[in-house]
Design a protein around this ligand. Sequence first.
Ligand code: SER
Length: 326
Amino acid sequence: MKNVLIIGATGQIGSELTMKLRNEYPNGNIVAGYIPGAEPKGVLLESGPSEIVDITNPQQIAEAVDKYNIDTIYNLAALLSAVAEAKPQLAWKIGVGGLYNTLEVAREKNCAVFTPSSIGSFGKDTPHVKTPQDTIQRPATIYGVTKVTGEMLSDYYAKRFGVDTRSVRFPGLISYVAPPGGGTTDYAVDIYYSAVKGEKFKCPLKPGTLMDMMYMPDALRAAIEIMEADPTRLVHRNSFNIASMSFDPEVIFNKIKEYVPGFEMEYELDPLRQAIADSWPDSLDDSCARAEWDWKPEYDLDAMTVDMLTNLRKKFGIEKPADCKA
Ligand code: SER
């Protein structure tokens, strides 16, 4: 991996992955692909090249690949689960049409492709506890349908055309940098914002709603490590279960309260998000990723909570109150 195009570089994952790749591959072109209205700003704009790359426009993808001699494409364009339910046609156009465009360019120009899948690729018939790598995938959301289609299409391009496609099934991703926007797991980000701002958190999911979550530094490392993995060891390609922690709203609330004693939460349920969350696994079995490319998470809920609270306070210039431990 040397010259990399990130499609969706200003989104939740892209804005951090682009910077990490620029730091780790200083001799390559790490190109931030964005759509008008979501321009890169600040250090993301200043630290490397950027290009308008709308994933629904194959010519723009091809031109960026040619211009920078791209060898690897990170395809991060997607609508998250709750937003996708409101715009299913657009979710398909970006998630599947966009992936098809990317794979075709990759086939013609010999690029490797990373396209994240998700815990959302599973459905209510999937075993929910320690969900196996290879199991039933019958999601009921358009987000999940695009993710399962993406996994299969990516495997097809690998087998049929030799395109080096690889991916992981991300849990809910938690970060203090760019907000997610429109996902079912977003509450686990929003709750930290409320905690540092001294606000009561309104939780959209009921107690007992378990889902896999991951701190962004682990997710970014996974996205890079899978693309750098020794291909001869890979039995699977699209997509690997990866996991680091699983919790419900009560567990994360009580963890934050250990550090912010006055923090309060009440429930204000969102039926759409609750139905989506109920159809997703409680926890994933990531033993294949561990065996085939040595995947190992570094952050647990406690370490993530300290880091999130500390960095969000810095971001908003909020002093740590005397009674808070982080
Ligand atoms: N975080 C995503 C969502 O909630 C799941 O991959 O939509």
